[in-house]
Design a protein around this ligand. Structure first.
Ligand code: FE2
Length: 242
């Protein structure tokens, strides 16, 4: 991993398909609720992966991606588009749907599917192919050192959160009022809905994310992801937008 005064690199042209999501991450629900949400769409679509399905092997195999992206992520998109017609959220952007259904018991199923679409799109961008150069900005490096002491300690905090998340969920690096911290969320919950919080990176710790490759060894999956796949360029870009 290299430190740079600016972010660079990235994962290719298809990254543009994810820009609405990353912009929303920078904005969070606070901005969405002020009526500055990304442009709405007639339906929610599944963004293209920002790399080939075998690009994360051997840490995450093409077979895992084919199920995780092609079945689970697609499944959330399909279910969401079936649930939306006739609700107040039809035609809204994905980010608005997530933010406006959060903590509303009557819309729990809709929220779960919308948030899982958003979380997975963010997860795919949080990873990048093995061997690709990872650039972490000087601004993010300084924030990591201030919050955790070092990148090693930051990774240890992410690994700890990923292991302590009981059952299905997510480990996140986030910024809150500019300061970094690691949080974990259960099931479909997402820091996107928390006021003033900007997601920077995430690791999916649902069993469907790793069981085909790592079986019950979540710790090994998490370590391999942190050591070889984390997209610090993406995190740097998210942090620069705050
Ligand atoms: Fe997942």
């Amino acid at each position: 991993m290299k430190t740079s005064g600016k972010t660079s690199g990235g994962t290719g042209v298809s990254r543009r398909a994810f820009m609405a999501v990353t912009m929303a991450a920078a904005a969070g629900c606070t901005t969405v609720r002020r009526g500055q949400a990304p442009v709405a769409a007639a339906s929610v679509s599944l963004p293209a992966l920002p790399y080939a399905q075998d690009a994360l092997a051997p840490v995450i195999s093409a077979q895992t991606i084919s199920f995780h992206y092609g079945k689970h992520h697609q499944g959330y998109v399909t279910t969401l588009n079936k649930l939306l017609p006739g609700t107040p959220f039809a035609g809204m952007s994905l980010e608005e749907i997530v933010c406006r259904t959060a903590d509303k018991a009557e819309y729990a199923t809709l929220f779960n599917n919308a948030a899982q679409v958003w979380n997975h799109t963010f997860y795919w961008q949080s990873l990048m192919p093995v061997g690709k150069e990872r650039m972490v900005s000087s601004k993010l490096t300084a924030a990591i050192n201030k919050a955790f002491g070092s990148m090693t300690e930051c990774n240890a905090a992410l690994a700890d959160a990923a292991m302590k998340q009981f059952g299905s969920g997510w480990a996140w690096l986030v910024a809150e009022k500019g300061a970094l911290k690691v949080v974990r969320t259960p099931n479909a919950e997402t820091p996107l809905t928390q006021a003033g919080v900007t997601p920077l990176l995430t690791i999916d710790v649902w069993e469907h994310a790793y069981y085909l490759d790592w079986q019950n060894k979540r710790a090994d999956y998490v370590k391999a992801v942190l050591d070889r796949l984390m997209n610090w360029t993406f995190a740097s870009e998210n942090y620069e937008k705050i």
